[in-house]
Design a protein around this ligand. Structure first.
Ligand code: AMP
Ligand code: MG
Length: 325
């Protein structure tokens, strides 16, 4: 992971939104205020920027991120709305409501940002500066809370700086965030389900839906990658063999660095052994190798440092024996 240049801090003056958009366009990481908490923004369509974001937060695993867009039309470009989702979006956007919906076919958001899921979390924030940045940038922005993983969410620019100074490119100071609590997350896949309580009350959601939403178990909310969610639905069908030092007959290879020889097909996560590049390629390459239908996928060792920890976590889950549905 390359060391970033020093973090810049700017006030919410005219031109701040453009400065933020320019930084995002270059693959930079920008902390920005929303009405809930400060988000750490990255270009959602740029896998390497998303990889740097996970690294800056020190996340040991790839949790799926929320994609922020300026309005519902932009949301429709990346997600598929059912009637419940339409009703909730009409009632509460812009606002502290995140919807988890099926990914749209042409969704340009990187697979790393959605952790390889075929659903996507999307939100229209109700904050003038956040929306100005979204409009200036013109693409979805992923923005998890702007704090080191495991710390409390940042509600002022000073909190952001305490955690992330030197690890990100820019902090846009828009003053304290009005709500100070994260968005409520509602999955509208079949029956609407609250995945995480937050700034929008359950009673308001129920009133709009005309019925009570279901409530996800705490473990599902804490860890959407836990068994039952990601593993059973999205793990490759082909057996994975980790830390491979050689390739066995009829195996395909997921390489890192100088590739092993003898595979019937090889995809290289990063020829230069760059962990951010490897993270950006991980989910797409797993899918492509899985589609070949080989006897197994041999996976070369990935160093267990920085982003390597999250990559290895995901590979371990993908290699775990699957329980039948
Ligand atoms: P934060 O990183 O604080 O913005 O929180 C993002 C939350 O959104 C996490 O709890 C994630 O588990 C959740 N999330 C994002 N995408 C999805 C998804 N596709 N399915 C379920 N939960 C999601
Ligand atoms: Mg958080």
């Amino acid at each position: 992971m390359q060391v970033l240049s020093k973090t810049r801090l700017i006030k919410a003056v005219p031109g701040a939104a453009h400065a933020a958009a320019e930084c995002l366009e270059r693959g930079g990481l920008v902390a920005l205020p929303t009405e809930t908490v400060y988000g750490l923004g990255a270009d959602a369509t740029n896998g390497q920027a998303v990889a740097r974001l996970y690294d800056a937060k020190g996340r040991p695993a790839f949790n799926p991120l929320i994609a922020h867009v300026p309005d519902i039309d932009a949301a429709r470009q990346i997600a598929v709305f059912n009637a419940d989702a339409e009703a909730l979006a009409a009632a509460f956007w812009p606002g502290p409501l995140t919807l988890v919906l099926p990914r749209a076919t042409a969704c340009p958001v990187s697979e790393l940002a959605t952790a390889g899921l075929d659903t996507i979390a999307v939100r229209v924030p109700d904050h003038a500066l956040a929306r100005a940045i979204l409009r200036a940038f013109g693409k979805p922005i992923v923005a998890p809370s702007a704090n080191i993983s495991g710390h409390v969410s940042a509600t002022t620019a000073a909190h952001v700086a305490t955690d992330l100074d030197g690890r990100i490119d820019l902090i846009v100071d828009g003053g304290p965030t009005p709500l100070g609590i994260e968005s409520t997350i509602v999955a509208c896949l079949d029956e609407p389900t609250i995945l995480r309580p937050g700034g929008l009350a359950r009673a308001d959601i129920a009133a709009t839906l005309g019925r009570e939403p279901a409530q996800a178990s705490e473990t599902a909310e804490q860890s959407p990658l836990a068994p039952g969610m990601l593993e059973s639905h999205y793990a490759p069908r082909t057996r994975l063999r980790l830390d491979a030092k050689s390739v066995e007959p009829d195996e395909v290879l997921l390489a890192f660095g100088t590739p092993l020889t003898g595979a019937k097909a090889t995809l290289n996560l990063s020829e230069d052994s760059d962990l951010a590049e490897a993270a950006a390629n991980l989910f797409g390459y797993l899918r492509q190798l899985d589609a070949i239908g080989a006897a197994g996928i041999a996976v070369m060792p990935i160093p267990h440092e920085g982003l390597g920890e999250a990559i290895n976590d995901r590979l371990r889950r993908a290699a775990a024996p699957k329980t039948l549905p």
